[in-house]
Design a protein around this ligand. Structure first.
Ligand SMILES: Nc1nc2c(ncn2[C@@H]2O[C@H](COP(=O)(O)OP(=O)(O)OP(=O)(O)O)[C@@H](O)[C@H]2O)c(=O)[nH]1
Ligand SMILES: [Mg+2]
Length: 343
C-alpha cells in the first residue's frame, strides 16, 4: 500500500513527507518522487507495550511518495499506481497561495474525471465495435454506469458499487476512485482558532466529493518533532491537541484504504499487523508466517477493549474473555491474537 502526497507548489508536501517518514523528501523541480515508509501511530500498541514492558514496539507501516508534478499527464502518471492520495493545501499562506491550493484540487479532480471518462469510453468503443470481448455480460452496464457518473462529475469513489462491480473498479485502476484526504497545512496562529483561511470552501468541497479533512501545521510539527517526549506532550496540550496532525493523517489514510490492525505479543515485542477489513484469521496468520497459515489450528483472540478494561491477558483468560476462534473468524480491528499451529 502506498500513499502519495500531492498539492500545489510550496504548499508543504515535502515538509509533510519529512514529518511522516523522517526522510529528506523530493527536491523542488526534481523529476522522481522520493519514497519512504511511515509508521501508523497507534495508541493501543503503546499501551500494550507499556503493560508488558517489552523492548520493541513495531508499528504498522505504509509506503509514502512525495509527488512533484502539479498537473497534466505527468501528475496522472505519478499517481497512477498509488492507493490513496493526501492533498496538502497551503492554508498558512497569504490569499493567493490558499487560492492556488484550492485550484490545484479542482484541476486535479477535473483531470481525474477526464482520464477516467477516456478509459471508460475507450473500452466501451472497443467492446461495441467487437475489437475486444467483454469480461462478462455485466461489463457494459458497469461501464455505462461509470460513464454516467463521470459525465455528471461524480467521482467513482462516491458511486455505490456491488461487490462484483467493485472488482471491475479495482481492475481498471481508476483515478477518481482513489481515496483522498485533504490536509490543510495551517499557520500556528490558526491551530487553536475556530477556523483558518479557506476552511469553509475546503469543507464544502470535501463534503460534495467524499473527502476526509485532517489539518496539520507543518512548521509547528517540525518544532514538536525536535523535542523530547515529555515536552512534546506539553507542547501538544498547549495547542489543545491530543496528537500531532501528521499522526491523524497517517491513520486517516490507513482507514480510507480499508485497513485494520491486529496485534501480537511475545516477551520481546508487541507488534501491529496490517490486514484488510474482512480478512479471515487463518489468512491473517499468514502475514506473520506462512507456516501459521498452512498449519493453522486455532487462534486465541482477545479484543483490545477487554484487555484494557481488565489490565492483562491473564485477567481476560480468568473471565473467559480469551476466545478460541476457528479459521473463518473475521479478524476485528484491535484483536490481540495468538495463533496455535502445527506443521
Ligand atoms: N509559515 C509556514 N511555512 C511553512 C509551513 N509548511 C511549510 N512551510 C514552508 O514553505 C516552504 C515550502 O515547503 P515545502 O514542504 O518544501 O513545500 P512543497 O510543497 O514540497 O514545495 P515544492 O516541492 O517546491 O512544490 C518551505 O520554506 C517551508 O519551510 C507552515 O506550516 N508554515
Ligand atoms: Mg517539495
Amino acid at each position: 500500500m502506498e500513499v502519495g502526497i500531492v498539492g500545489s507548489p510550496h504548499s508543504g508536501k515535502t515538509t509533510l513527507f519529512r514529518l511522516l517518514t523522517g526522510m529528506a523528501g523530493s527536491k523542488p523541480g526534481g523529476s522522481t518522487a522520493s519514497v519512504g515508509f511511515m509508521e501508523v501511530p497507534d495508541e493501543r500498541l503503546r499501551i500494550l507495550g507499556e503493560t508488558y514492558k517489552v523492548r520493541k514496539i513495531i508499528h504498522a507501516r505504509m509506503g509514502v511518495a512525495d509527488i512533484q508534478p502539479h498537473k497534466g499527464q505527468e501528475l496522472l502518471n505519478a499517481v497512477r499506481n498509488l492507493d490513496a492520495l493526501v492533498v496538502v493545501l497551503g492554508c498558512f499562506m497569504e490569499e493567493p497561495g490558499v487560492r492556488d491550493s484550492l485550484d490545484f484540487l479542482d484541476n486535479m479532480d477535473a483531470e481525474f474525471y477526464i482520464a477516467d471518462l477516456a478509459s471508460v469510453e475507450g473500452r466501451l468503443t472497443r467492446l461495441k465495435t467487437n475489437k475486444a470481448k467483454p469480461v462478462n455480460q455485466m461489463e457494459i452496464p458497469f461501464l455505462e454506469k461509470c460513464k454516467q457518473a463521470l459525465e455528471d462529475e461524480v467521482p467513482l469513489r462516491n458511486v455505490r458499487f456491488s461487490p462484483w462491480e467493485q472488482d471491475f473498479v479495482s481492475n481498471f485502476a481508476f483515478y477518481s476512485s482513489k481515496p483522498l484526504i485533504l490536509a490543510p497545512n495551517i499557520g500556528e496562529e490558526h491551530l487553536d482558532a475556530p477556523s483558518y483561511p479557506g476552511m469553509d470552501e475546503i469543507h464544502k468541497t470535501a463534503q460534495e466529493r467524499g473527502y476526509k479533512v485532517v489539518p496539520f501545521s507543518g512548521l509547528v510539527e517540525e518544532e514538536i518533532e525536535s523535542l523530547d517526549r515529555q515536552s512534546r506532550e506539553e507542547f501538544l496540550k498547549a495547542y489543545g491537541l491530543s496528537q500531532p496532525g501528521t499522526a491523524r493523517i497517517a491513520q486517516a489514510a490507513y482507514d480510507a484504504l480499508g485497513l485494520i490492525s491486529f496485534f501480537t505479543r511475545n516477551p520481546e515485542e508487541v507488534r501491529a499487523w496490517t490486514i484488510r477489513r474482512g480478512t479471515a484469521v487463518r489468512q491473517a496468520a499468514g502475514k506473520i508466517h506462512s507456516d501459521m497459515e498452512r498449519g493453522f489450528i486455532r487462534a486465541e483472540v482477545v479484543s483490545f477493549e477487554d484487555f484494557q478494561r481488565l489490565g492483562s491477558i491473564k485477567a481476560c483468560r480468568d473471565k473467559g474473555l480469551v476466545r478460541l476462534e476457528g479459521k473463518d473468524y473475521l479478524v476485528e480491528d484491535g484483536d490481540i491474537i495468538h495463533v496455535r499451529f502445527n506443521v
